[in-house]
Design a protein around this ligand. Structure first.
Ligand code: FES
Length: 140
């Protein structure tokens, strides 16, 4: 974090929350569980924070809602499902905090919150788009 309270780009962790998620077998409600999860996480985050939360519509994990994705420059991206807007908020924020303490996004398995161990849907390598993580040199 910089002295004025803002965060550098490389400190930023993106927390994407699917706001269109429903729970399997749950009847349609006025506010979808994904939107409730997003609201609860946004309320719980302190500002300024190196965690930036963004609502998204569908992370292609619809059968395992609620879903989130965690990403950061130079870090692996993770997609998690089976999250609950009423009971998962503290564990999600702890998992994202641990993720933010890494340079590559790889939190040791035993340190991950249980809901991240059981609910991981995908892990995706970081895109080689930053000076910290350039394209591999294929000329030599
Ligand atoms: S609607 Fe949430 S993952 Fe598809």
């Amino acid at each position: 974090m910089m002295d004025d309270g803002r965060t550098k780009l490389d400190d930023t962790v993106m927390l994407y929350v699917c706001v269109t998620c429903r729970k399997a077998g749950e009847p349609e409600t006025e506010t979808r569980p994904g939107a409730r999860l997003h609201a609860a996480l946004a309320d719980a985050l302190n500002s300024p924070s190196p965690i930036r939360i963004e609502p998204v519509e569908c992370l292609s994990g619809c059968k395992r809602g609620c879903t989130i994705a965690v990403a950061g420059p130079g870090r692996w991206t993770y997609v998690y499902g089976d999250l609950d807007p009423e009971t998962s908020v503290a564990a999600i924020l702890e998992g994202v905090r641990l993720y933010g303490e890494t340079t590559d996004g790889l939190v040791p398995w035993r340190s991950r919150p249980d809901i991240f161990r059981k609910g991981v849907l995908a892990r995706i390598p970081s895109a080689p788009l930053s000076p910290k993580n350039p394209l591999p040199d294929r000329t030599s």
